[in-house]
Design a binder for this molecule. Structure first.
Ligand code: GLU
Length: 379
């Protein structure tokens, strides 16, 4: 379980265990571990939560249920405390990187974040990433940083992601209720059963610390990143890690690593519209790894521009087959759908290329395709 470049995600429970400001109780051992990793030539990027918890006592709040605005105010002042708390344990300088999910969905910003981190790592700096809570418009939901860490691991092209919290890993049953629950050391495939064992589900409405951790593991392993859930409250786990012993649950990286771009397409970027394609096009995409040509397009819906991400839908079954970047806008496609590529220039007065979605800019959704072929065989 050796690694060269890791993202270490540290939860609020470790940064501010008593919720009354930051503490060195657990962060000291984590920082020492990071320093030892650096001394061995490994690179580490920290994703640290704890802004809200650290700022809790600094903002007046009446009720125990905090409003989103109050949490944001806490996050912003707590961020300073949290950064200072980390920096005091490192001789090397730390940098603060605040990002939103939106930033990571934008290819240009994604590359900018990647370049910044790369240069900092080359200079021995410890990048510390957190969500930019002040500017996110959604609810400040606990657990976001697990998913954020998986995306950061992708941005940094890390080979490992360590999710540190106050739980030992994934158990066969809920260890709080069942005495015979045992820790699962290795998970090679994340299935619904794994979510169920962790007492959660893939259901969007389900909440809970374990759900977001397994989601993060799913995202990261798919990108070829080994992911570990580890109890960061136990200092002995760091000695184990340095001895290349897995002290928690390890999710093994997928063998077939999809490229950073395809992962970004599948998991991060939001589709702006839909292109419905005929069965001939579906087969060409799926069996020949072909690009999407205008001739296979039956209809387009929603407004999108060239360069936007779109969903490619099978006309007959309405199954989402792939996601990709379109070379043409929705209004252009209305003019060229069903036409030969040679006729594009004539129809539009200009031509961006023969293909609408190039295969390098496309990710096939294998699970959906499998469901579709199963349905076809049963027909
Ligand atoms: N960004 C939040 C904070 O620093 C934490 C979000 C999370 O724990 O996932 O407090």
């Amino acid at each position: 379980m050796n690694f060269n470049r890791a993202v270490i995600k540290v939860g609020s429970a470790l940064v501010a265990p008593s919720k009354t400001g930051c503490s060195g109780q657990y962060t000291l051992a984590i920082a020492q571990f990071i320093t030892k990793c650096q001394q061995q030539g490994k690179e580490v990027i920290l994703v640290s939560s704890g802004g809200v918890a650290a700022g809790r006592t600094l903002i007046q709040h009446g009720s125990p249920t905090l409003s989103v605005s109050v949490k944001k105010a806490m996050a912003s002042v707590g961020q300073m405390q949290m950064m200072a708390n980390w920096q005091r344990f490192f001789d090397n300088p730390c940098s603060q990187i605040l990002v939103t999910q939106e930033d990571l969905s934008d290819r240009k910003r994604f590359i900018s974040i990647k370049d910044t981190i790369q240069i900092q790592l080359e200079n021995g700096i410890i990048p510390i990433v957190n969500e930019n809570d002040t500017v996110v418009t959604d609810d400040l939901t606990v657990g976001d940083n697990d998913n954020l860490a998986a995306l950061v691991a992708q941005v940094c092209e890390a080979d490992s992601l360590f999710i540190l919290s106050d739980i030992d890993g994934v158990f066969t049953k809920d260890p709080k209720i069942h005495n015979d629950a045992t820790l699962i050391p290795e998970i090679t495939k994340i299935t619904d059963e794994i979510y169920a064992m962790a007492g959660t589900s893939r259901n969007h409405l389900a909440t809970g610390g374990m759900k977001t951790k397994i989601e993060a593991a799913e995202k990261a392993t798919e990108h070829g990143i080994n992911t570990y859930i580890i109890n960061g409250t136990k200092s002995e786990v760091f000695a184990a890690l340095l001895a290349q012993i897995n002290p928690g649950t390890r999710f093994t990286a997928d063998k077939d690593i999809i490229t950073a771009k395809k992962h970004w397409l599948k998991h991060t970027i939001k589709s702006q519209g839909k292109i419905t394609i005929d069965r001939g096009a579906v087969n060409a995409l799926v069996t020949q790894g072909a690009s999407l040509l205008p001739i296979g397009i039956k209809s387009v819906s929603d407004k999108f521009n060239a360069g936007d991400s779109v969903d490619l839908i099978d006309q007959d079954s309405k199954v989402l087959i792939a996601k990709g970047i379109t070379q043409y806008s929705h209004s252009e496609l209305k003019h060229i759908k069903g036409k030969h590529s040679n006729d594009i220039a004539m129809a539009l007065g200009h031509k961006e290329g023969a293909v609408v979605v190039h295969r390098d800019d496309m990710v096939l959704l294998e699970n959906n395709i499998a469901t579709l072929s199963k349905a076809q065989t049963n027909q």
